[in-house]
Design a protein around this ligand. Structure first.
Ligand code: BTN
Length: 240
């Protein structure tokens, strides 16, 4: 895969700008790195605020050669790709929270926003916000972690980006040809909350034990009402 990387000092949202370029025919592998976003967007209509000096913020346009797997599972594949990329740099102890947050302990290291061009899975804009150092009091109401907590020494932003792009190319190729089923076991091995009691809100509402993910990317929950497949929502740990 060939990447075409463009870096800007500031934009509203790298996802918004790249969606525009995608509509204008930009090729697969187009990357937009934003040093600062004035209107960064998170999942489920939330805003995404990051400290420019301490974060890596970029979006990637990926076009699949043929209609591939369930869109819900694409964001899980991206999460796995990021963990693979960071592990290649020597990072350890990074877990995945369904559908696609990266965690250190229970604190958020990175967020992913996948948006489909024209609602079709053929073309996806994949936005990534990664904390290089732990921010204080930023973004959502969840505690934040920094990549420096998982590595002996923090590499440059360029080295981190290169590692992530290499892992994304490999993982998205596998996803495009074999679907999420080929990545599911590896995702689940890094599932931070496997077997733990959680609450789902936002999309669907449920409580139960996390049994893991299905081949379609759904979260399987063991609830008092029986087995449930969750397709959308926010998951939080439930104290027992
Ligand atoms: C989330 O956890 O809610 C997803 C956060 C995604 C943030 C990234 S930063 C780069 C890209 N541009 C955006 O406006 N959002 C994504």
């Amino acid at each position: 895969c060939r990447y075409d990387i463009d870096a800007v000092a500031e934009c509203d949202s790298s996802n918004s700008r790249l969606l525009e370029r995608a509509a204008a025919g930009a090729p697969s592998g187009t990357v937009l790195v934003a040093e600062r976003q004035t209107a960064g967007r998170g999942r489920r209509g939330r805003s995404w605020i990051s400290a420019p000096a301490d974060s890596l913020t970029f979006s990637l346009l990926w076009r699949f050669p043929h209609q591939s797997d369930a869109p819900a599972a694409l964001s899980l594949a991206v999460g796995l790709a990021l963990v693979r990329g960071l592990e290649a740099l020597g990072a350890r102890g990074i877990g995945l929270k369904w559908p696609n947050d990266l965690l250190i302990g229970d604190s958020k290291l990175a967020g992913i926003l996948v948006e489909l061009q024209a609602g079709e899975l053929r073309s996806a804009v994949i936005g990534i916000g990664l904390n290089l150092r732990r921010p204080n009091g930023l973004s959502e109401d969840v505690a934040a972690a920094g990549l420096d907590q998982a590595l002996a020494a923090l590499p440059t932003r360029e080295v981190v980006l290169a590692a992530l792009l290499a892992a994304l190319a490999q993982t998205l190729d596998a996803y495009g040809s074999s679907g999420f089923a080929s990545l599911r076991n590896e995702w689940q091995a890094r599932h931070a909350w496997q077997g733990l009691p959680v609450r789902v809100s936002g999309g669907e509402a449920a409580e139960g034990l996390c049994l893991g993910v299905g081949d379609d990317g759904a979260l399987n929950l063991d609830t008092p009402q029986g087995l449930r497949r969750i397709l959308a929502g926010d998951v939080s740990l439930r104290a027992v």
